[in-house]
Write a protein that binds this ligand. Structure first.
Ligand code: AHR
Length: 691
């Protein structure tokens, strides 16, 4: 395998590289063309690897308001009043006062409520509470919204009116009721109330609030009337009409990616900033009013309304399977633990966590005769979910204080999981020695040039290692909040590498998946810039990187074909120097000569179709000659799917959601030997009908 070595060629001249070979031990001699047009040779009869049908997947966690304020349909922010222990944040009072009350909890999980003093209420000036959602509440015409809450009156027995109110601020504040419903009586004990709010012919908007008011003070002699609330919720219609379900537009964007798995629930969200703040799956299942919620490591509260069952429903809705990451006894390095992280001692101390993981696997896959399979059935899903991959922890290379504990922790989980579930593939998050993991998860967050520089990395990886690779988090981090075309070009170069090396890279998932783009300042809706899909309360969009994912995941064969090339254009690149706290470390790295074109070819063994992917990162159009051997013929007509931009900085956004999208075009003049121009800043997938 020459390519990776050739890429390290030193020097700055932008001269064509000599012949490159990928995934084939044989280097054929190519005739040198006088004009030095690059040549790509595809060997249609030389299969170097099988593409894992599960190669393309999704990675997810609660970050950037991914679920609450994102995918999860809930429109009320801080519905359980636990986001802040002292303030009813995101709530305000109308003509009255509100306070957090811990004296009359709904239950042990939701142990605080919001108390409204109703004593000033009158017919003309109602008293109440209001919530503006996650940077707005989306309202559409002729749509039914399901509002619900728990309430309990004291010297107050109703009525309560629940409304969707539009707030216009252009010419002074005006409020217009878009839909409302009244609950005539409120009990003195906790009870759940539900109403449907149906809009008429109203304009689409997000400048809305959920408002609950009363016109009766309920006051009795000197006693002020009060009404207490818990779990105040508002849901729009959801994808597949699931109760407690997901936002339809974002689900559709994901469905278009045709993902095969979902790595869940993280990421750092799995680990938490402390053991108490890990993703404790048993607290995320069952009735949502029994879920206590927890603080996420991304510094906001999660109600856990989106819990383990909701992840499985998500998988089922998109016909993908979960790739279950289990908590492995390590929580994140933070200033509180002197940046060492918190690790559970290997042996008996770790055993409860191992048992939790086994229970979790049983919850997902067990028959209804098992304890946790029966619990799943009770929670509404008797059928087991498919599961082939379990990952133990997340980024455990950060458990390195005094040599770290991951080797022992992983072995304890691995042995227990394999003993009970021998067919499951168990993934380590960093290399270990005591046992042989089925896969190791590698993460890469890089610049465009760094991604391109490693785009032949797996070509030269040893094929003798029985541990395969899961690239469980990666992204070309160029552009914010979502990546631009430069990001997509780096991604595509890297995906060519992963797809070409499908014999060792079995699974890949980009990260992070989501970002709420409503409030991009520090402490707002984004914790991590460069995310695949962006949205506000009303609409969502895919970045150019998203479209690159869609293209790769929906256009490939099952066989990887041997390819080699000649005269691939190059450009010089100076790799950045490693720094620590801003101080350069070691010697400056040598400059590199980098390829400007990237490619791979796969073939559908049933139809014979060859999918040729070509990435041109240059500002100019690039002709390339394509020669196909090992196929008796290739039809002259085929299809090209092209994602391109006028500049690497071009991007999509809420305002321009479809500025850069793939365009399919019919092409002619194909065959076993043809030349085609690949546009500037472009990703092309050519469908070649080969016999
Ligand atoms: O994707 C964002 C974060 O990056 C993940 O939570 C973590 O695993 C990685 O460090």
């Amino acid at each position: 395998m020459l390519t990776g070595l050739l890429l390290a060629v030193l020097g700055a001249a932008a001269t064509p590289l000599p012949a490159q070979t990928t995934n084939t031990e044989k280097t054929d001699t190519l005739s040198v063309l006088p004009e030095a047009v690059p040549v790509l040779r595809i060997k249609a009869d030389q299969v170097t690897a099988q593409v894992n049908p599960m190669l393309y997947g999704l990675m997810t966690e609660e970050i950037n308001f991914s679920y609450e304020g994102g995918l999860y349909g809930e429109l009320v922010r801080n519905r359980t009043f636990k986001a802040n222990p002292t303030n009813a944040v995101y709530w305000s009072a109308i003509n009255g006062s509100i306070s957090l009350d811990t004296n009359q909890p709904l239950n042990a999980a939701l142990n605080v409520s919001l108390k409204l003093d109703t004593s000033k209420a009158s017919q003309s000036t109602p008293a109440g509470i209001e919530n503006g959602g996650y940077w707005g509440i989306p309202v559409r015409p002729n749509t039914a919204y399901r509002a619900s809450f728990y309430a309990k009156g004291e010297h107050f027995n109703g009525p309560l009116t629940v409304s969707l109110v539009h707030i216009a601020t252009t010419n002074g504040e005006t409020a217009t009721t878009l839909a409302s419903a009244t609950i005539p009586k409120i009990s003195g004990d906790w009870q759940k109330y539900e109403v449907t709010l149906t809009t008429g012919d109203v304009p689409v908007s997000k400048e809305n609030q959920l408002v609950i008011t009363t016109t009766k003070p309920g006051t009795f002699f000197n006693h002020h009337g009060t009404v207490s609330f818990q779990q105040v919720s508002l849901f729009p219609p959801t994808f597949n009409n699931r109760p407690n379900g997901n936002r339809a537009d974002i689900m559709q964007l994901l469905a278009d990616m045709n993902p095969k798995f979902l790595r869940l629930p993280g990421g750092n969200y799995l680990e938490g900033n402390s053991i108490a703040e890990r993703f404790d799956w048993k607290k995320t299942i069952g009735d949502i009013s029994q879920r206590p919620g927890h603080e996420s490591p991304w510094n906001y509260w999660s109600t856990d309304g989106f819990g383990l069952m909701e992840y499985q429903d998500w998988c089922e809705d998109l016909h993908m399977e979960p790739l279950l990451a289990v908590y492995a006894g390590f929580s994140l390095p933070t200033p509180e633990n002197n940046r060492r992280g918190t690790s559970v001692k290997v042996g008996p101390d770790l055993e409860p966590y191992v048992q939790d993981a086994l229970d979790e696997i049983e919850y997902v896959t067990g028959s209804t005769n098992t304890t946790w399979g029966a619990q799943r059935a009770k929670d509404g899903h008797p059928a087991a979910f498919p599961l082939h991959y379990v990952e133990v922890g997340n980024e455990d290379q950060f458990d390195r204080y005094e040599g770290g504990t991951y080797d022992g922790r992983f072995a304890q989980f691995f042995n227990a999981i394999k003993a009970k579930y021998p067919d499951l593939k168990v993934i380590a998050t960093t290399p270990v020695k005591s046992v042989t993991p089925d896969l190791v998860d590698e993460h890469y967050y890089k610049s465009q040039e760094q991604m391109e520089a490693q785009s032949h990395m797996y070509d030269t990886r040893s094929r003798t290692n029985s541990t395969k690779v899961f690239v469980g988090e990666w992204a070309t981090r160029v552009g914010s909040p979502t990546p631009n075309m430069a990001g997509a070009l780096g991604d595509a170069a890297w995906m060519c590498c992963m797809e070409r090396n499908s014999d060792i890279v079995l699974l890949e998932s980009y990260a992070p998946l989501f970002v709420n783009v409503s409030d991009l300042k520090r402490g707002g809706s984004m914790q991590w810039p460069s995310d695949l899909i962006g949205y506000d309360a009303l609409t969502s969009y895919g970045s150019p990187s998203y479209y690159a994912q869609v293209m790769f995941s929906t256009h490939h064969g099952d066989n990887v074909l041997a390819t080699d090339s000649q005269d691939i254009p190059t450009h010089p690149w100076q790799p950045p120097q490693r720094t620590r706290n801003g101080v350069p470390q070691g010697e400056a790295p040598a400059p590199q000569e980098m390829p400007s074109l990237f490619y791979d070819a796969t073939r559908d063994s049933r139809t014979g179709m060859i999918y040729l992917k070509v990435v041109n990162r240059q500002s100019t159009s690039q002709p390339m000659r394509v020669q196909i051997s090992g196929a008796s013929a290739v039809e002259a007509e085929g299809q090209a799917l092209v994602l391109k931009a006028g500049s690497p900085d071009d991007t999509n956004s809420i305002q321009e959601p479809r500025k850069i999208v793939p365009v399919a075009e019919k092409v002619d003049g194909l065959g076993t030997d043809f030349t085609r121009d690949f546009p500037p800043y472009s990703i092309t997938i050519l469908e070649l009908k080969a016999k």
